[in-house]
Ligand binder design. Structure first.
Ligand SMILES: *[C@@H]1O[C@H](CO)[C@@H](O)[C@H](O)[C@H]1NC(C)=O
Ligand SMILES: *[C@@H]1O[C@H](CO)[C@@H](O)[C@H](O)[C@H]1NC(C)=O
Ligand SMILES: *[C@@H]1O[C@H](CO)[C@@H](O)[C@H](O)[C@H]1NC(C)=O
Ligand SMILES: *[C@@H]1O[C@H](CO)[C@@H](O)[C@H](O)[C@H]1NC(C)=O
Ligand SMILES: *[C@@H]1O[C@H](CO)[C@@H](O)[C@H](O)[C@H]1NC(C)=O
Length: 360
């Protein structure tokens, strides 16, 4: 509460300072959704109505309940990318009919992870005719005042925004199914962090509105904070015909203080939700993935690197995720793809530093 009060004071001081300079009402520049509770559903054209994202379990910092910003404030863009001797970019009209498509959806503060990394892009292009890069920079790192985002304070609004972004992605899926003759089975959704959380919202929306289900989802280190103890679900089983979840960071499902965790980039889910849930280097990964040494985003990005390595053909040693942490890894090696192996349930895998180096 102290921080919140301090922030409010800071805002009002800043507002008082700038309004004479600009000679107009500062409120137009102030994104008050970041700290003002949203208690009633909001509705927008094309994406329908949203129940407030309930955040009471997160004391101190957030706004008790948050609603997504209007779609035009989220900065959602779809870029189609294909490789044909060089990388080519198109809009959704550029998708070839009757082909296969993988969506790539980055997470919180996603401008830091734009394109994720080339290993992932190249890995996906080995398996899919094209990828659809989903940008949602503004929604993923909402600005507080003018164009200035305030990390931590805006995490909860970004989470609420992920629901609207999911539905916008859902509308684009309906478009490519109907306009570009893409078979829904030929669509895979890949999302990291909050981008992984958008998948459940996209899936719910297309099921309800268009009676569609996509073939596959790959959910990379989905955010558990602030989804635990809220009224919103983490992506999982049923969101696609096959759902693989790859976990590289963990928070325990206990109610938490918002400010302790909001700015943390290690807020992945401990609970399994998919047809297969791959836990990387569990339980050592409570702390950090190999080579990360506390580097921001690194342990969470480790799930991306590991999935990319799998797309390039790498296999990983496995062991059951029993409570006996001394149980050895077996020599059984798996790729991370339930459509090849069948559902694996909860499974622990061992991945060394720079996963892709070993087998590309
Ligand atoms: C690849 O590029 C060549 C030459 O630019 C073009 O003729 C061909 O149609 C392209 N193929 C696809 C699948 O876009
Ligand atoms: C795509 O498939 C549909 C039927 O699934 C077919 O009618 C259409 O001609 C195909 N389009 C192309 C360009 O192959
Ligand atoms: C799925 O995509 C592949 C190309 O990757 C294509 O050959 C196949 O016809 C597509 N399936 C359907 C049902 O459109
Ligand atoms: C695809 O969408 C465009 C623009 O909305 C429209 O002009 C075109 O007729 C559509 N094509 C099909 C096959 O639905
Ligand atoms: C929904 O789609 C499935 C096949 O994909 C079809 O069997 C079913 O009848 C559809 N339901 C409605 C209400 O249109």
């Amino acid at each position: 509460m102290v921080k919140f009060a301090r922030l409010s004071f800071f805002l009002f001081s800043l507002a008082a300072l700038v309004s004479p300079i600009f000679g107009q009402d500062y409120s137009a520049y102030l994104n008050n959704r970041i700290f003002q509770p949203c208690m009633k559903p909001v509705c927008y054209d094309d994406v329908g109505c949203f129940q407030p994202f309930k955040l009471q379990a997160y004391l101190g910092l957030p706004p008790v309940a948050a609603c997504p910003q209007p779609p035009d404030e989220l900065g959602v863009e779809f870029k189609v990318m294909r490789y044909n001797n060089s990388y080519e970019f198109f809009n959704l009209f550029g998708i070839s009919p009757n082909s296969s498509v993988a969506y790539v959806i980055p997470g919180y503060r996603s401008e830091h992870t734009e394109l994720f990394n080339m290993e992932l892009v190249d890995g996906l292009l080995k398996h899919y005719d094209q990828i659809v890069l989903v940008r949602w920079d503004l929604g993923a790192n909402p600005s507080l005042l003018f164009d200035i985002p305030v990390t931590r304070y805006n995490k909860f609004l970004a989470a609420a925004n992920s629901e609207a972004v999911g539905r916008i992605i859902g509308n684009s899926i309906d478009f490519i199914v109907n306009n570009r003759s893409i078979n829904p089975d030929n669509i895979t959704l890949v999302g990291h962090g909050l981008g992984g959380n958008t998948i459940h919202f996209a899936a719910d929306w297309i099921k309800e509105k268009y009676n569609l289900t996509v073939g596959k989802a790959v959910v990379l280190d989905p955010d558990a904070i602030p989804f635990y103890f809220s009224n919103k679900k983490i992506s999982g089983k049923g969101d696609a015909k096959i759902v693989d979840v790859i976990h590289s960071t963990f928070v325990a499902p206990v109610p938490v203080l918002g400010q302790r965790f909001a700015g943390n980039t290690k807020t992945g889910a401990l609970t399994p939700t998919g047809d297969s849930d791959y836990f990387i280097n569990f339980p050592d990964s409570w702390n950090d993935q190999p080579g990360c040494d506390g580097l921001e985003f690194c342990s969470s990005h480790f799930s991306i690197m590991t999935f990319a390595a799998s797309l390039h053909g790498c296999r990983f040693e496995t062991k059951p995720c029993s409570s006996n942490i001394f149980q050895r890894f077996t020599s059984k090696e798996v790729g991370l793809d339930s459509s090849q192996t069948g559902p694996q349930g909860r499974i622990c895998i061992k991945v060394s530093e720079k996963p892709i180096k070993r087998c590309s």
